[in-house]
Write a protein that binds this ligand. Sequence first.
Ligand SMILES: N=C(N)NCCCC(=O)O
Ligand SMILES: [Zn+2]
Ligand SMILES: [Zn+2]
Length: 315
Amino acid sequence: MTVPRGPVDSSRVPRFAGPATFARLPRLDEVGHADVAVVGVPFDSGVSYRPGARFGPSAVREASRLLRPYHPGLDVSPFAAVQVADAGDIAVNPFDIREAVETIEEAASGLTEDGTRLVTVGGDHTIALPLLRAAARRHGPVALLHFDAHLDTWDTYFGAEYTHGTPFRRAVEEGILDTEAVCHVGTRGPLYGKKDLEDDRRLGFGIVTSADVMRRGVDEITDALRQRIGGRPLYLSIDIDVLDPAHAPGTGTPEAGGLTSRELLEILRGLAGCDLVGADVVEVSPAYDHAEITSVAASHVAYDLISLLALKEEQ
Ligand SMILES: N=C(N)NCCCC(=O)O
Ligand SMILES: [Zn+2]
Ligand SMILES: [Zn+2]
């Protein structure tokens, strides 16, 4: 095996110098093939409230400059274990959501054609639908853990089918999820009505609320999630608003009473060994952020996702 090309050495080139690829990694075109690629989707035309997630990918890359090569929690050096690269951004039409969704599906399918696993940085949550389509093309219907304050299984907004509040209903309708193993984590906040929960249950979703995480604790929750997923191909979709607004103020639809970043990261680490096939981190809206709180959290979440993928590829 060729030795993976890693990030720029921060003891030689200060981390505040040079172009902001994710974690200062090489670009995909510099290495040819990557086992794991980080790709941005600067798209926020599907939002129902505050805009600005189109600037998420560049803010997360900027905040990721401080990441270091060894992950002590998972005992892995992800950038040495496998080739990780930054695939840049998928350029999507901001004025035509349907076209944007198609572009993302095609680009994600192209990037994963030779077995590359994607960690996608959004963008608003609309983008999870085409990313799940691309994952299902390759792996068949996938198990899904959806970390979010919101259900995102609503039907339409203003008659629109493709929005950031509706990707997972569309995904169930399209048969691209393994509905034996789909679960929301971190759900909280007011809904439109009780029917939202009934519809969601009918679609097959389980719910671990934010309060459940607090009451039952990270280890018990993680065990239950692992049991539900089993050996199925797993996709992780992480809306940064799963975190409390204290931990992630820079997002479009904040809800009080969320997870701490520590809880989220520990749940993710507890998923080591699952058959993770792809993941996204969405809904970072830098204009509402302070001191990079949200983009730092998102960059660490992405680092953990890369580390989980690297652990798996390494074996
Ligand atoms: N996917 C996110 N972040 N939010 C969905 C909120 C939908 C609503 O406005 O009710
Ligand atoms: Zn969401
Ligand atoms: Zn959300």
